[in-house]
Design a protein around this ligand. Structure first.
Ligand code: SF4
Length: 319
């Protein structure tokens, strides 16, 4: 399978009155065409910033992003990028203009990019997109406040699809929706991927959601990747202490054997001018002296399983 996206040592820092905030700090990964990479972690771990920096909203502080083999971090004309890389936002209500109808919202990117110029062509494309995302044509002149959360998110998806992108960053696209609607939107996204070959980066804090939609999963903690691997394998056997704690926190049906709980204690390390050492050390039940002095590199400890932990082999009895 061919690589669509390759990210190398990507960094995004923000100046704050207290110092430099390392929101994304040296992240590397690839996504194959037509696949989904799930990116998980607690709020504030940098996953949304990562998704936005990849599509240059905003630009990176350092690092490279190769899209179809071309480094896009420095190209000046971002028009083509905007067509090929799109984003679906978490809160459909906040991301839609309340003064624009469904039709105007979906048509806007078509007009801006001049893909369809005549009025009848735009109308035809709007109806096609509404049909694609399962939004009844009777809502064409509705405003966002007249629709429920699921329908609003369908508008967000239709708008993202309008330019026929290859890569879509899905930034917590179902977090603001009721559970029953979440399943509908996830099914829609999977169907669209199968039909059109889209490549997704699916960002969420909800692990129960990410497993069903992802081929691979990447776990982030304070701007860095702590574990990466194939979705089922990572769920079956998490290797990093943070991933273990995240998975153990998912409620399990009582008939199933639940995972051993790992209670995370201790303060979360500040991402502002972080000190050397493992960023998870203050909360890690396995931390030793070495953990506080050097940051563990992301290493392949099993085939296609990457973990950033000095003691992952010992903790997981891998040797
Ligand atoms: Fe825990 Fe140390 Fe591994 Fe970090 S490097 S996860 S502190 S054992």
């Amino acid at each position: 399978m061919a690589k669509l996206l390759e990210v190398q040592d990507l960094k995004k820092y923000f100046k704050t009155p207290r110092g430099m905030l390392h929101a994304v700090d040296g992240v590397s990964f690839t996504i194959e065409r037509g696949q989904t990479l799930g990116v998980v972690g607690e709020s504030g771990c940098g996953k949304s910033t990562l998704g936005r920096v990849i599509i240059r909203l905003p630009d990176a502080t350092d690092g490279k992003v190769y899209f179809e083999g071309e480094d896009i971090t420095k190209i000046r004309n971002t028009q083509l990028l905007r067509q090929q890389m799109q984003i679906i936002f978490q809160d459909p209500f906040a991301s839609l203009n309340p003064r624009m109808t469904v039709s105007e919202t979906i048509a806007e990117p078509l007009r801006i990019h001049g893909l369809v110029r005549d009025r009848s062509g735009i109308d035809k494309r709007v109806y096609e997109l509404m049909d694609t995302v399962g939004l009844a044509s009777r809502f064409v002149n509705s405003y966002p406040h007249e629709l429920d959360g699921g329908r609003r998110q369908r508008i967000g998806i239709a708008r993202a699809l309008a330019l026929e992108p290859k890569f879509i960053v899905c930034d917590e696209p179902v977090s603001a929706l009721d559970v029953s609607i979440q399943a509908q939107i996830l099914n829609l996204m999977q169907d669209l991927q199968e039909e059109n070959g889209f490549t997704y980066m699916f960002i969420t804090h909800d692990l129960s959601v990410v497993k069903h939609i992802s081929n691979d999963i990447m776990v982030m903690y304070l701007g860095m990747v702590v574990e990466k691997g194939e979705a089922d394998e990572l769920f079956d056997r998490p290797l990093h202490p943070y991933t273990k704690a995240l998975l153990a926190a998912i409620p399990e049906p009582s008939v199933r054997k639940s995972r051993e709980r790992t209670l995370l204690r201790g303060e979360i390390t500040s991402p502002i001018d972080p000190k050397p050492g493992c960023r998870f050390a203050a909360r890690c039940p396995y931390a030793k002296e070495a953990c506080f002095s050097s940051y563990p590199a992301l290493e392949e400890v099993l085939p296609e399983r990457f973990v950033a932990c000095h003691f992952s082999r010992e903790i997981n009895q891998l040797c």
